[in-house]
Ligand binder design. Structure first.
Ligand code: FES
Length: 95
C-alpha cells in the first residue's frame, strides 16, 4: 500500500504502519524552496550531499546561486522575481 499524508506538518503513515515525520517544502516568494524534514539530497548518479545537523535546507530555484543546489542569497541581490502559489482548484462541471 502506498504512503499517505495525514495533515500538513504532520506525519506520514508508511505502508508498514509506522509514522515518519512529513517533509514540508515552502515556495518562498522571489526566493528558494525551503525544505524542512528528513530528506536525502542526491545528484543524478546517487551521490548524496551531507545534510548532517541541518533540519532544513534552502534549494535555489532562480539558477543564480554559486552554491547550487543550495541558495546563496543571489536571488535577492539580483532582484529575481517569481511569486508562485497554488492555483485554486476549480470544481469540474458535472454534466
Ligand atoms: S533561489 Fe536563492 S540564489 Fe537562487
Amino acid at each position: 500500500m502506498a504512503d499517505t499524508t495525514s495533515q500538513q506538518g504532520a506525519a506520514i503513515e508508511s505502508g508498514a504502519g509506522a509514522n515518519v515525520p512529513a517533509v514540508k517544502i515552502t515556495v518562498r516568494p522571489n526566493g528558494p524552496f525551503r525544505v524542512e524534514g528528513p530528506v536525502s539530497l542526491v545528484d543524478v548518479e546517487g551521490k548524496e550531499w551531507d545534510l548532517t545537523g541541518k533540519p532544513a535546507i534552502s534549494l535555489c530555484r532562480c539558477g543564480l546561486s554559486s552554491k547550487r543546489p543550495f541558495c546563496d542569497g543571489n536571488h535577492g541581490r539580483e532582484g529575481w522575481k517569481c511569486d508562485a502559489s497554488p492555483i485554486p482548484s476549480v470544481p469540474v462541471a458535472q454534466g
